[in-house]
Design a protein around this ligand. Structure first.
Ligand code: XUL
Ligand code: CO
Length: 447
């Protein structure tokens, strides 16, 4: 393989040495943690759109990125060259998965026919590399939000020609998913929402969205593409309101339109924050519904209200997310941690792409180590069991079994005094709980 990037392969160096690391401190891919190799728990994936295409723009500023393939001026030459850079990057970083949108890979032509032709050339090259490298595709998807034709949505556009075009684009994207052996297929409805309710037929738009999901699943089945289908919630941005607002709203939509048997959720940290939730909350909601599919790993910033897709470095948040994952036995049977993340605009050198993934991978690897230790020691499990133990016998058991009704509950409660009821509650000692979590964070990593 040609030496295209100016950095060496990243190795696990352990955490014995403080000081700036040139390797992973916590991610040791083949080490067994909680009964599984770390690489199999985490299934890290590099996002093509951010890592190889993102110019590091923000709403007020042009791109600052300096990339070694900038020297290719013809868009198709650059698209083909990027595949070489991408596969060397995966190898040097030591990841097993990639993820991409159709439009990340190749420039559009004037017609879908021409666009598909460009795309197929790049996909041919990716498939060749997959054979020699063993790289797998965590998921692929269709970009139906960048081009101006999607100004008012794709499947939820008020214009039927745009629905038709979206279906045609999706058809080819599913065929590509099959060719590259994608393990999941993601739908993020960036513009499937509204700017204003005054001109929007919300019900009709949501029916159209459900229709395209059913058509997609039917076509995938027809061609033998058996990837897990995933919906990715986000509350807003670029729309004022996105229909797949958060996990709970998306689950309700899936149930309403009979999609919950075939679709699961792809959850993203920064999207959770935009919806007013934590990442942990979104993962908990999905896993308790049996619908945890995959994770997009990134973080927001407490001080900035946008979807800034920062690489994850918040250890506390990673512990919380991995706690839910460990509790579920994995990120769904087919899911992984896809870095839907980009370096900051001021980290514009090519090497920063490597450092950014390293901090993301190490943060989640550390999160896995800590969460596994907490789980092995049953710290929170015991606490939660104890907290709900009044439902295990007596009146609580009668409530859960359905034996109690309003009359028996009235009889039971009628003469309880203020003091009796006060005694029925207990302090949560939340500060003590948080101290225990901090203790695990420090202790699990110092071994
Ligand atoms: C946008 C976002 C997308 C999806 C795929 O916020 O998360 O990159 O993950 O379209
Ligand atoms: Co995402």
């Amino acid at each position: 393989m040609a030496d295209l990037w100016d950095f060496n392969k990243v190795n696990y160096v352990g955490n014995g040495n403080l000081g700036t690391g040139d390797g992973f401190h916590y991610y040791n891919p083949d080490e067994i943690i909680g009964g599984k190799k770390m690489r199999d728990w985490l299934r890290f994936s590099v996002a093509y759109w951010h890592t190889f295409d993102q110019r590091l723009v923000d709403p007020f500023g042009d791109g600052t990125a300096i990339r070694p393939y900038d020297k290719y001026t013809d868009p198709m030459d650059q698209a083909l060259a990027k595949v070489d850079y991408a596969f060397e990057f995966y190898d040097k970083l030591g990841v097993d998965y990639l993820a991409f949108h159709d439009r990340d890979l190749a420039p559009e032509g004037d017609t879908l026919r021409e666009t598909n032709k460009n795309l197929d050339k790049v996909v041919d090259k990716i498939v060749e590399y997959q054979k020699t490298s063993g790289m797998k595709v965590l998921w692929n998807t269709a970009n139906m939000f960048t081009n101006p034709r999607f100004v008012s949505g794709a499947a939820t556009s008020p214009y039927a020609d745009i629905f038709a075009y979206s279906a045609a684009q999706l058809k080819h994207s599913l065929e590509i998913g099959k060719r590259v052996g994608a393990e999941n297929y993601v739908f993020w409805g960036g513009r499937e929402g509204y700017e204003s309710l005054w001109n929007t037929d919300m019900k009709r738009e949501q029916e159209h969205a459900a229709k395209i999901f059913h058509l997609a699943k039917d076509y995938a089945t027809e061609i033998g593409f058996d990837a897990q289908m995933l919906l990715e919630p986000k509350p807003k941005e670029p729309t004022t309101h996105q229909y797949d607002f958060d996990a709970a709203t998306t689950i309700a939509f899936m149930k309403e339109y009979d999609l919950d048997k075939d679709f699961k959720l792809n959850l993203e940290g920064n999207h959770a924050n935009l919806a007013g939730h934590t990442y942990q909350h979104e993962i908990r909601v999905a896993r308790e519904a049996g619908l945890l599919g995959s994770l997009d790993a990134n973080q927001g910033d407490k001080l900035i209200g946008w979807d800034i897709d920062e690489f994850p470095s918040d250890l506390y948040e990673a512990v919380a997310a991995m706690y839910e994952v460990v509790e579920d036995g994995g990120i769904g049977p087919h899911g992984g941690l896809n870095f839907d993340s980009k370096p900051r605009r001021s980290s514009f050198e090519a090497n920063d792409l490597l450092y950014a993934h390293m901090v993301g991978m190490d943060t989640f690897a550390a999160g896995l180590r800590i969460a596994t230790k907490m789980k092995e020691d049953h710290v929170l499990e015991n606490l939660v069991t104890e907290r709900y133990s009044s439902y295990d016998s007596g009146i609580g058991a009668d409530i859960e079994s359905g034996k109690a009704d309003f009359k028996t509950l009235e009889e039971y409660s009628m003469d309880k005094t203020q003091a009796d009821l006060r005694n029925a509650t207990h302090s949560d000692h939340l500060e003590q709980v948080k101290d225990t979590i901090n203790h695990y964070i420090i202790d699990a990593l110092s071994k």
